[in-house]
Design a protein. Sequence first.
Length: 294
Amino acid sequence: MPTEAPTPVDINLQRFRDISVVADYANTIGPRDCEAFLFATYIAPDSDILDIGVGAGRTAAVLAPLARNYLGIDYSEEMIEAARRNFPEYQFAVMDAADMSSLVSESFDVIVFSFNGLSFLHPDTKRLSCIRDCHRLLRQEGLFIFSMYNPYSLFVRPTRTSRSFVATVKALSLALQDNADRLFHRLLTRAFWLGHGYVRTSAHSGLTIFTASVSFVRTELDAVGFNFVADYVEHHPHRMSRFLTRWNYYVFRNLNSQPRNRQGNPSLTVFPAKLCSFILRAANPMHRLQRIWR
Ligand SMILES: C[S@@+](CC[C@H](N)C(=O)[O-])C[C@H]1O[C@@H](n2cnc3c(N)ncnc32)[C@H](O)[C@@H]1O
């Protein structure tokens, strides 16, 4: 019997079930600077918190102590096993973010989908289903905090672990590889020129990720009924060119109980409109480059 080719989302899930990938996440400790800033600024003590794509529990360590009730979910059983091993005192469940129908409406004050987890949902319908479900699960005034990969991220700076000669050479060679990979996989993509779309990365031996500009993310969440609160670059509070920003952080508030547009997907605009937009943008790349470089 012929076997079906795995879909891209299966490939992402396979990667996140791989024990060496799980071990990487299990060994990563503590929030990133911008995450620490977001959690301290936006999360009130004693909130009911849903932590989506919790992985091996990196964010649980920070969020659970702030929460009245905390639930961490992930669709990788192996990640959840690692999270339970690391934090046996907190509550975790295996659940796909594209189907959270088993959770009760308006039961959370804060939903966090950290470290670009939303970017791994494929195709668009799954990401939209997750965003709609987050809107349903949040109480009025509840906050949705997440990050999303940036389609304009073409370059990375070398990061070395020490000042030694070996560490410097290693950092330079990794950065060179990463920059070549980014240019190759991103510059000629629709995502780069239109400001949203899927791209391949070589991380964890190959993942498919959704990348989107700030304006695309705002339009998509606005259509579902969220109100934009703020966006921050990866390196916040430092400013950096969009070409060097790998992802952006977002905070949205649930103010409207009704979505403004039930279809709610700006990427579903009719094909001729997409084509015109693509031609117009592609026809004037220098103008586009000047606009997005800051
Ligand atoms: C980049 S890792 C981040 C893990 C963790 N949040 C951290 O920062 O260490 C993304 C996580 O999202 C999870 N994930 C991706 N798609 C998911 C989905 N559809 N439902 C639930 N979890 C998902 C993956 O299994 C993975 O653990």
